[in-house]
Design a protein around this ligand. Structure first.
Ligand SMILES: *Cc1c(COP(=O)(O)O)cnc(C)c1O
Length: 400
């Protein structure tokens, strides 16, 4: 054998006795077959077998199996982002003439996807009040194929009555999908509450370190799995084993991170309620949070993201107050180790006036794993400076 060949055809080493605790990162486009017979029959390996790197590697399958188990589902498919975890089931399950219903508080880009992508393909969408609960039955029409739920709602934190919505949707032949990113499977299991599909941005708490983008779609039955998987296949959607390996590492510490983050966030929410710059603290654990009773019933706790609606006069000081923060960084996305804050302009994104409609400025807070006292002191400086009177420029607004 010449050296150039030897460079490519490396010697095999034994794996015997090598029992590592980590999941190997299997990178592959090609998968080789022992003979032509098995190559020509590769399709028979089925959706759970290995045929080509795009359709899964032991690394991605391990993460999928772990999320499936946490959600009490039957299968999970990884997709390249949380947004794709929401849009892919819609693309797979809806056809021309069909309708999807989305809550007014849906993750912003999903609304744009419905208006700018689905609509052009003859797929309708209708926005509903996230607090509608079982009354959604009156709105579901013959062509409503999917009712989308996101709980708590992006930015304004309304907790939806998923069991009631699922019951009404099911009675009328519509499927229910739920974006469970805020809770993660540790704090809520939508499939147990009646949903057919759970979408999550693993980018957030599973990844946990602000360094990866990944989404998951978990389903409750094999028929749905096949319908979604076939479309992912046709579109060529797969994920990198490197992303999956980072998520496999992140998920190991998710429960301890969430315990710290959730506890700190809940205590902060209670304290900030008393601050004169805060008009309303929107945290599901507070009784005044719309849908609080559903959170008590359906969730095992709270994660670290909540919002504070500020008094209208705070708007002109917001930019300068944000400049005072030293522990918190200003940025979109959340769920990492660093505490983040983002000013939101929710009013412009909403189309339904409900009990929870907020007119003034809102800041979204995502608690990180820093020390509680440091986080608290930093926020204290921020809220206090909303009350002072420095020369101000226009506020900075970031989309969620
Ligand atoms: C962040 C987020 C997404 C999108 O996740 P990406 O991985 O950033 O695409 C979807 N839904 C919710 C509720 C989110 O917070």
């Amino acid at each position: 054998m010449h050296d150039s060949t030897r460079c490519v055809h490396r010697p095999e080493v034994s794996l015997e006795g090598f029992d590592s605790l980590s999941v190997p990162t299997y990178r592959a486009s090609t998968i080789v077959y022992p003979n032509t017979e098995s190559f020509s029959r590769r399709k028979e390996r089925g959706a759970d077998g290995y045929a080509y790197g795009l359709y899964g590697t032991p690394t991605t399958r391990t993460l999928e199996a772990q999320i499936t188990a946490l959600h009490h589902g039957v299968r999970t498919h990884l997709v390249p982002s949380g947004l794709a975890a929401v849009t892919m089931p819609m693309i797979a399950l809806l056809g021309p003439g069909d309708e999807v219903m989305i809550p007014d508080t849906v993750y912003g880009p999903v609304r744009a996807f419905c208006a700018d992508f689905l609509a052009q393909r003859g797929i309708h969408h209708r926005v509903y009040d996230p607090l509608i609960g079982g009354r959604i039955g009156d709105l579901i029409k013959g062509n409503t194929r999917l009712v989308w739920v996101e709980s708590p709602g992006s930015g304004s934190m309304e907790v939806q009555d998923l069991p009631a919505i699922a019951r009404e949707a099911k009675a009328r032949g519509a499927l229910v999908g739920c974006d469970n990113t805020w809770a993660s499977p540790l704090l809520c299991k939508p499939l147990d509450l009646g949903a057919d599909i759970v979408a999550e941005a693993l980018t957030k708490y599973v990844g946990g370190h602000s360094d990866l983008l990944l989404g998951s779609i978990t389903v409750r039955d094999m028929e749905l799995r096949t319908r979604i998987r076939d479309v992912l296949r046709l579109l060529g959607i797969g994920v990198s084993p490197d992303e999956a390996a980072l998520a496999l590492r992140g998920i190991e510490t998710m429960s301890v991170r969430l315990r710290h983050i959730g506890g700190v966030a809940e205590r902060l929410a209670h304290r900030l309620r008393e601050h004169p710059a805060a008009m309303k603290v929107l945290h599901p654990a507070l009784p005044e949070c719309p849908g609080h009773e559903h959170w008590v019933r359906d969730f095992q706790g709270a994660s670290g993201v909540f919002s504070v609606a500020l008094k209208p006069e705070a708007l002109e000081r917001l930019d300068d107050a944000l400049g005072q923060l030293s522990i918190f960084a200003i940025g979109a996305s959340w769920g990492g180790t660093r505490s983040l804050i983002a000013p939101l302009s929710l009013g412009s994104e909403r189309s339904i006036t409900s009990a929870s409609t907020l007119a003034g400025p809102v800041v979204r807070i995502s608690v990180g794993v820093e020390d509680e006292e440091d986080i608290q002191n930093d926020l204290q400086v921020f809220f206090d400076s909303l009350l002072h009177d420095p020369a101000s420029r226009g506020p900075l607004v970031i989309r969620c």
